[in-house]
Design a protein around this ligand. Structure first.
Ligand code: C2E
Ligand code: CA
Ligand code: CA
Ligand code: CA
Length: 273
């Protein structure tokens, strides 16, 4: 910028101004869409690794943008978190996921991703109770996926909240495990039921011995803690074969099933009631 002199700086300022305007417009659109519920949940199945029967459907949110079609979460979740919109959006997601799951066969659970932005204050527990009551979904059919980032908040309230959720039968999965910054100490004291091994470890599983070491260590840790292990991002037969051989409990990935809207979801429809 300096080398370009005054004009370069002016250009830089205008560029920043344009970016700020574009962001403001985006935030405005997002706020209106949250108020209207312009979103869809797609569901991706998670299978029992032994029987390959679907057990859980993970809800993945998409924004039905007024002019740009269906947008993926990497385009708006961060913005929602920064602008206080994740709380109302999260409420919509929770409510919709419970409503969808209530119509599924009893053997299938629904997994809902929770953002750290949804943990401000005691409202979350009330939201959960209300969603369950209003949809008639049994709490033991609801699972939450949280990332290690929640452990970094180190809030006593969070721990208490998770204990309350677990007390009513909700299960907790630690998502993207192995790529966060949480200490092993905080991980083992957290009351979760499952760990999901991050996709990056599944990816190089067959070619990279280090990834196999990570998976083996997580298996040992999980066995010690008495929690289940899910592998996400399974894309090849080789990966699936390896993971089944290692005794993983659950598997998920494009090889087995891609996310699809509830009414188009062959997995939901194929399950006997
Ligand atoms: P995540 O929770 O780790 O979800 C898995 C992501 O990986 C999904 O992307 C899914 O479509 C994708 N995926 C699944 N199987 C495979 C595979 O075999 N290969 C590859 N390459 N990808 C696979 P998506 O739907 O774009 O979601 C991205 C992230 O956005 C999620 O990562 C999650 O962190 C966040 N997210 C999605 N829905 C929600 C939501 O309802 N609430 C919150 N708070 N976050 C959400
Ligand atoms: Ca997840
Ligand atoms: Ca994940
Ligand atoms: Ca992820």
């Amino acid at each position: 910028v300096k080398a370009e002199g005054r004009n370069g700086y002016r250009f830089f300022e205008e560029e920043m101004h344009r970016n700020a305007q574009a962001r403001n417009r985006r935030v405005g659109e997002l706020r209106e869409s949250v108020a209207r519920g312009d979103f869809e949940l797609h569901y991706q199945p998670i299978f029992d690794a032994k029987t390959l029967q679907p057990r859980v459907m993970e809800a993945l949110v998409r924004w039905r943008h007024p002019s740009q079609g269906l947008l993926y979460p990497d385009r708006f979740i961060g913005l929602a978190e920064e602008t206080g919109l994740m709380e109302p959006l999260g409420r919509w997601i929770l409510r919709q996921a419970c409503a969808d799951a209530a119509s599924w066969p009893k053997g299938i659970k629904v997994a809902v991703n929770l953002s750290p932005a949804q943990f401000q204050g005691p409202a979350l527990f009330d939201d959960v109770l209300r969603a369950l009551l209003e949809t008639g979904l049994s709490p033991d059919r609801l699972e939450f996926e949280v990332t290690e980032s929640i452990l970094l908040q180190e809030k006593e309230e969070n721990l208490l909240l998770f204990r309350h959720l677990k007390n009513i039968g909700i299960t907790i999965a630690l998502d993207d495990f192995g790529v966060g910054y949480a200490s092993l100490g905080s991980v083992v004291s957290f009351p979760f039921d499952k760990v999901k091994i991050d996709r990056s470890f599944t990816k190089g599983l067959v070619t990279n011995p280090a990834n196999r070491t990570v998976v083996a260590s997580i298996m040992t840790l999980a066995a010690g803690l008495g929690v289940q292990v899910t592998a996400e991002g399974v894309e090849t037969e080789e990966q699936l074969h390896y993971l089944r051989g290692q005794g993983l409990d659950l598997v998920q990935g494009y090889l087995l099933g891609r996310p699809a809207s509830a009414d188009l979801n062959e997995w939901v429809r194929a399950i006997p009631a």
